[in-house]
Ligand binder design. Structure first.
Ligand code: FNR
Length: 368
């Protein structure tokens, strides 16, 4: 009898992952001037010892002002390489692949870390940089967020160069894959959505190709600079009220129809996997939360682009359901976030539930 698909290895972009359980990127607000700390080694190392196939490190800023909070991870200078390398080498010792999510927070930068208080702009004397927050248009995400400046073409070039420099550092760290953060209302998502991009130059407004131009250029330059697997996380919907297209034929929000076109362009550029999330760009979003609530988006992208690897994420907790999504061809891998925080042993418990053996760290073998 074949092993459940969840526990079958998968090769993406020339790299073989031992199973299809990927740890979703999760900000820890525990970095020191962007450097990974002991917290990260313990936290990430804990997933590596418990059977996950891959781990994607949290959103990591390519420039300091692209962080969400002052405590966010960064990869904008060479001293940030060594602490990351230590984590990667530990994961490799456990047979787990590890990648990093490269990010620019756009208009959701310069915020207080969540446990410092209710989310709001971090002022300069709180370590923030509210005067250096950039977005496609000068529209804030919400009242308690910074008012961004419209990013100039010169600043766009500076951000592109920062992504390229970050990739050189990723190569030195030895990551197995890179994921570009194109979701959750951060810089790249805010470019593609008509809710946040009302520019009237070639980078914005109603024409879809304009809104996609800058994000696709970032994807293209990352692809040119990185030969190992390249993933992109997208938000497949803004979950704003109403339709993607208004009755006047204008795009009213970002949704699956545009996402399908966007992902098709990524496929042409050589992206290996699209990690399909949603939301984060519209403060009044209304999401219907249920098990696998974003799987229909992943399935739609998989159907439109069968040759592309797809990842699903969002309230994936039940191994039997997850196995079903894989068997039905709705997704190729699954990213788990909070369920793994609650229960880092999920991969081992899932193997038990699906009746297949799985290898944990030797030190833990007697527990399983
Ligand atoms: C997140 N999420 C997230 N997403 C992302 O793309 N980059 C990130 O750095 C973070 N940071 C983050 C921190 C924490 C503490 C949580 C709980 C979540 C979103 C996460 O990766 C995932 O997409 C969602 O949590 C939905 O999946 P789960 O948690 O239902 O499995």
């Amino acid at each position: 009898k074949d092993a459940p698909l969840l526990f079958q290895p998968i090769t993406i972009g020339g790299v073989t992952f031992k199973n299809r359980i990927f740890v979703s990127p999760m900000c820890q607000y525990s970095s020191s001037d962007g450097h990974a700390t002991d917290w990260h080694l313990v936290h990430i190392g804990g997933f590596a010892t418990r059977g996950a196939g891959a781990i994607c490190l949290e959103a990591t800023a390519v420039v300091p002002e692209g962080r969400i909070s002052p405590q966010d991870a960064g990869i904008w200078k060479d001293s940030q390489i060594a602490p990351l390398k230590r984590i990667v080498e530990f994961c490799h010792s456990q047979g787990t692949k590890v990648g990093i999510q490269l990010a620019h927070a756009g208009r959701k930068a310069s915020l207080l870390a969540p446990w410092i208080g209710p989310v709001r702009t971090a002022a300069a004397d709180e370590g923030g940089w509210p005067d250096k927050v950039y977005a496609p248009s000068a529209i804030s995400y919400a009242n308690n967020y910074p008012l961004p400046k419209e990013v100039s073409e010169r600043d766009m070039q500076y951000i592109e160069d920062a992504f390229a420099d970050a990739i050189v550092r990723c190569e030195k760290v030895g990551f197995d894959f890179i994921e570009i953060h194109g979701a959750h209302g951060y810089l790249l998502h805010s470019f593609v959505s008509p809710l946040s991009n009302v520019r009237n130059d070639t980078y914005g407004g109603q024409p879809l190709e304009n809104r996609l131009r800058f994000p696709l250029r970032v994807v293209q330059l990352c692809r040119a600079a990185w030969s190992k697997p390249l993933f992109v996380r997208i938000s497949a919907s803004d979950w704003a009220e109403g339709l993607e297209k208004g009755e006047d034929g204008n795009w009213a929000q970002w949704g699956i129809e545009q996402s399908t076109i966007y992902v098709g362009e990524m496929l042409k550029l050589g992206v290996d996997l699209v990690d399909c999330s949603s939301g984060g760009n519209w403060a009044k979003q209304k999401i219907r939360y249920e098990h696998g609530y974003q799987v229909p988006f992943a399935a739609a992208l998989k159907k439109a682009h069968p040759s592309l690897s797809i990842g699903a994420v969002g309230l994936l907790t039940d191994p039997l359901f997850v196995e079903r999504y894989l068997q039905d061809g709705k997704t190729d891998v699954v990213f788990l976030g909070r369920e793994l925080l609650r229960n880092p042993h999920w991969p081992l418990a899932a193997a038990k539930a699906l009746g297949t053996p799985v290898k944990a760290a030797n030190q833990y073998e007697r527990a399983w």
